[in-house]
Design a binder for this molecule. Structure first.
Ligand code: PEP
Ligand code: MG
Length: 577
């Protein structure tokens, strides 16, 4: 039967392929009693499922792609270890014998008991390991239920696969980055969650907030994913399929055409140069940055070096990563944002997850609370600064004390390097992210103290409008065009101009071609975005006339009615197009 689902299109393009469900075996677990005479058979069935899961994991481990992150192997090792633990491999058998229940039910019961135990652990990192236990158990359940493996890490792909999940974390996405999927769809998630940002950076059509996709879609269903419109069509008929194949081709042709803009100078029609930088998460993203012709890295989300691993990256390891980006950029600016863990990118060690993590010990707050961790990162960035044009960017600054302490820590890091006789760029620039309304309102102060500012609109919108950016139930209220948001962006840009300090936007607004002209009209001259949208933004820049945009943007700043805003924006985007 054909049907369609509607959610939030978070990354453009159209994909056509077969559904590949991540496991949600828990909700499918049957429960029944067994006659005594079948108990041995049931125990053998359980052992077989454990064995086949072990084999599956071992095959995966031996087929890890060469370019996969090192942590993938550690991740599979951990799952193998859990699988061998008697709590998973033996305890359910006791339940089968004692309660005469089926193997799936015994295992699900045991999983619930283990999760409850993990929940009681104070240590956030250890507590979060319950997710691994659940994943391992789900894999065994799938084997028991006769399902094919749910693994997102298949080695052989026959045709395009589309990942269907209830929810995906940014850490999951990093793993998927090295595995080919044509698209992904999820029940949960907002369009500026880090998961969505990663999907865009991978130029992968994706739809989130579908709510029921994981339940309604079956493994191997044929899917059309339209990431622009936020639509997923399940088992389309021939006519619909043919129509979407045409649209997919058109999309590819348009994307190819854009590539011609790669080498054109980025400037408006009146000749004002506009800087177009790239946001990257991993070193591997540098290829996409080059393919898009970005003028440098405006935001390196360094925290991704810290995800999907149990230990912390050492100074040497971080130094090697930053250095390789600096060298690859060959003199172009590389802006390393210091660790922004917390909220939807949880620290893999130590800290308890706060009740309200977006307002908790996140980003610079976490770094200031962990001086050793911060010093290691600062030393690594500073050392790498001798290999290119490195800049340091501080996330989530809100007040003077934080800024003063941060600058002190940077001075301390420099002093420790001098003492060790290690070289670094003495004149390295330090900038601050403006992503808390308090910082935007005090932008002139931050502009005076720092070398540059970068507006993180994803968080700025979240904190201004009190909308959790990862929560799809309030996604409709997440509004980049709210005059309060535009006002804060405008205030920050003006503060930068007044202090003679460059200001850029590195949140998702910068990569949305529908907002390019508006941001130009607000005075923005530097944009940083995931490479996948850079050429679309450049196309807008090349067609824009600043003279007309400034008064048009002023109108939007003063308007509170969303319908009128949509009309004004549309007019602005169509003018001269
Ligand atoms: C932002 O908040 O806009 C930003 C660029 O940082 P992140 O999305 O990583 O929080
Ligand atoms: Mg942010």
């Amino acid at each position: 039967m054909s049907f369609s689902l509607h959610g939030i299109g978070v990354s453009g393009g159209i994909a056509i392929g077969y559904a590949h469900l991540t496991s949600n075996a828990r909700v499918e677990v049957p429960q029944y009693m067994l006659d005594h005479k079948y108990l041995d058979e049931e125990l053998a069935r359980f052992d077989e499922a454990i064995l086949s899961t072990r084999l599956e994991l071992e095959v995966l481990r031996s087929h890890i792609p060469l370019n996969a992150p090192a942590e993938l192997s550690a991740f599979l090792d951990m799952h193998l270890m859990f699988l061998g633990d008697s709590m998973i491999a033996e305890e359910p058998k006791r339940l089968i014998r004692e309660t005469q229940c089926n193997a799936e039910w015994a295992l699900a019961q045991q999983m619930d008991a283990l999760v409850a135990r993990f929940e009681e652990i104070d240590d956030a990192y250890l507590r979060s390991r319950q997710e691994d236990v659940v994943q391992v158990v789900e894999r065994v359940l799938k084997a028991l239920l006769g399902h094919p493996s749910h693994l997102p890490l298949d080695v052989d792909f026959d045709g395009e696969r589309i990942l269907v999940a209830h929810e995906l974390s940014p850490a999951d996405m990093v793993l998927f980055k090295n595995v080919h999927f044509a698209a992904f769809v999820t029940d949960l998630g907002g369009s500026t969650s880090h998961t969505a940002i990663l999907a865009r950076s991978m130029a992968m059509p994706s739809v989130m907030a579908l709510h029921t996709a994981r339940n309604l879609i079956r493994d191997h269903d044929l899917l059309i994913v339209d990431g622009r419109e936020g639509v997923v069509i399940v088992n389309p008929d021939e006519a619909v399929l043919a129509e979407y194949r045409l649209r997919q081709n058109q999309w590819r042709i348009d994307t190819d055409k854009l590539k011609r803009l790669k080498t054109s100078k980025s400037a408006t029609l009146d000749g004002t140069a506009i800087e177009l930088l790239a946001n990257i998460e991993l070193i591997g993203d540098v290829d996409a940055l080059k393919a898009a012709g970005a003028q440098g890295v405006g935001l390196f989300r360094s925290e991704f070096l810290f995800l999907n691993r149990d230990d912390l990256p050492t100074e040497e390891e971080q130094y090697a990563s930053y250095k390789s980006v600096a060298e690859a950029l060959d003199g172009k600016p590389v802006t390393i944002r210091t660790l922004d863990l917390g909220a939807d990118k949880q620290a893999p060690w130590g800290h308890t997850v706060a009740d309200n993590p977006a307002l908790g010990l996140r980003a610079i707050r976490l770094c200031l609370a962990e001086p050793g961790l911060f010093l290691t990162q600062l030393r690594a960035i500073l050392r790498a600064s001798q290999h290119g044009r490195m800049r340091i960017l501080i996330p989530m600054l809100a007040n003077f004390i934080e800024l003063r302490q941060t600058l002190q820590r940077i001075d301390e890091a420099k002093a420790s390097l001098r003492k060790d006789g290690l070289k670094f760029d003495e004149g390295i620039q330090v900038g601050g992210m403006i992503e808390v309304p308090a910082a935007a309102l005090s932008a002139s102060f931050f502009a005076e103290q720092l070398d540059f500012l970068s507006i993180g609109t994803n968080d700025l919108i979240q904190y201004t409008l009190a909308i959790d950016r990862a929560d799809d139930s309030v996604a409709h209220l997440y509004d980049p065009l709210h005059p309060a948001v535009l006002g804060l962006i405008h205030t920050t840009i003006r503060a930068g101009v007044k202090a003679g300090k460059p200001v850029s936007v590195c949140g998702e607004m910068a990569g949305d071609p529908m907002l390019t002209r508006l941001l130009l009209g607000l005075g923005l001259r530097s944009f940083s975005m995931h490479p996948a949208s850079l050429l679309q933004v450049k196309q807008q820049v090349l067609k824009s006339h600043l003279e007309t945009l400034t008064p048009a943007a002023q109108k939007l700043l003063k308007n509170i009615d969303p319908d009128k805003t949509a009309t004004l924006l549309d007019r602005m985007n169509k003018a001269g197009a």
